[in-house]
Write a protein that binds this ligand. Structure first.
Ligand code: PMP
Length: 408
């Protein structure tokens, strides 16, 4: 089904929460970059698995354990197909983008990076793609370099190229900024990184749910993303990595599942991807994530991207009619995320008053304080769209903005 204004109500019916009232007003949920709502098929899959076939995976010879294992491993193959990976051995399940990035910082920190080696990130990174590298800097003395952003919210690619030296080993960048909405040219950035002999990690937390992604085409070495931002459950995420790299990297956590043999003298590790999956995995979450992927693919990622782009354009147009509106991030290549401030109104007051009118938005630093510093503000308000939002909801948001503005 292609989301459009004709069938959107039918599609919205898949998401029971969207029918809720907040302070006796219909919910207008515009905080999708933080997390998306879940279709009934995803929630039903979770309930069904707990009710009917719950058992720990990879261990039991019994029927339930085998069934649960089959679902868990089928989910891995589903994720592999969804992002165009080469092999399911390249798909590691984690708790989310943050854990995937911490795993990479630790494991690449052990294997690839030594004192004085350089890692390039960008000004528009989420804290989860900054802090793990700073922790590694404290442990090992690596050097962090930062790609600057221009006033429209685009990365300065010339400056990016200039950052490389013979000590640069790794680039780690967001595909889509969760503040500015900028869609970074990661294909081109990967080509540049590889030309310089470096690896590249792409943070796909804000892109994988909204556009077709193919890791082979992008030629990233690693891609990380979260289930909960793509209509799946919270607590499950993915680390994709090229097999040739993952196979050389040391494990991140130790414990059950990730070993072949253990004795007090020596332990040997499992094959990929289990080497990186210590402990009981979220096998219910992985299956429910596969159901979310089925849901997305039935709609078509191209169709979702096109529909959300319509919403973005409409919202940008409407928002620009509000007096005192300042929008941060006006790249030509922009995803459905709009951060803004309105002159004379603190973003927190704005969020609180909009909430009273049933409109849920995000306010604050959006876990990206360096972007706030770049644009000289302490915080911003943000609306972000998903496949179930409508132009009518944008109208309701704009009407609510005008009402709040009148109060000041
Ligand atoms: N990177 C980006 C670009 C994000 O938007 C987010 C979530 N806001 C994260 C990383 C972290 O994701 P999670 O909290 O699901 O680990």
């Amino acid at each position: 089904m292609n989301p459009n204004s004709q069938n959107i109500e039918q599609l919205r019916a898949d998401f029971p929460i969207l029918g809720r009232q907040i302070y006796n007003r219909p919910l207008v949920y515009l905080d999708n970059a933080a997390t998306t709502q879940k279709p009934k098929c995803v929630v039903d899959a979770i309930a069904d698995e707990y009710y009917n076939l719950n058992a720990n995976v990879h261990r039991g010879v019994h029927y339930l354990s085998q069934q649960a294992t089959e679902l868990h491993e089928a989910a891995r193959i589903r994720v592999k197909e969804f992002i165009g990976a080469h092999s399911e051995r390249e798909i590691v399940f984690t708790r989310g983008t943050t854990e995937s990035l911490n795993l990479l910082a630790f494991s690449l920190g052990e294997w690839l990076l030594g004192e004085g080696d350089e890692v390039i990130i960008s000004t528009m990174e989420h804290h989860s793609n900054i802090v793990p590298w700073q922790m590694l800097r404290d442990r090992k003395g690596i050097v962090l370099k930062v790609i600057p952003v221009d006033d429209r919210g685009d990365l300065l690619l010339d400056e990016y190229e200039k950052l490389f030296t013979e000590r640069t080993k790794l680039v780690s960048v967001a595909h889509v900024s969760n503040v500015l909405g900028t869609i970074n040219p990661v294909d081109e950035m990967a080509e540049i990184a590889h030309d310089k002999g470096c690896l590249i990690i792409v943070d796909g937390a804000q892109s994988v749910p909204h556009m077709p992604i193919n890791v082979e085409q992008m030629d990233c070495d690693f891609l990380v993303f979260s289930g909960h931002k793509m209509y799946g459950p919270t607590g499950i995420g993915v680390l994709y990595g090229k097999e040739s790299l993952l196979s050389q990297m040391p494990p991140y956590q130790g414990g059950g599942e990730m070993i072949k043999t253990v004795s007090f003298e020596k332990t040997t590790y499992e094959e990929l991807p289990y080497k990186f999956e210590a402990g009981t995995p979220d096998y219910v979450g992985s299956h429910a994530l596969a159901i979310a992927i089925d849901y997305l693919e039935a709609l078509g990622m191209d169709n979702i991207a096109r529909y959300e782009d319509e919403l973005l354009r409409y919202a940008m147009e409407q928002m620009q009619t509000i007096e005192g509106m300042k929008i941060y991030g006006e790249s030509d290549k922009k995803d459905a995320v709009i951060s803004f401030n309105i002159e004379g109104i603190h973003h927190l007051d704005l969020g609180t008053l909009l909430d009273r009118l049933g409109v849920a938005i995000r306010t604050g630093h959006h876990c990206a304080q360096p972007v706030m510093q770049r644009f000289g503000v302490e915080g911003m308000a943000r609306v972000s769209f998903a496949l179930y939002n409508t132009k009518e909801e944008i109208d309701a948001f704009i009407a609510a903005l005008r009402r709040v503005q009148k109060m000041f």
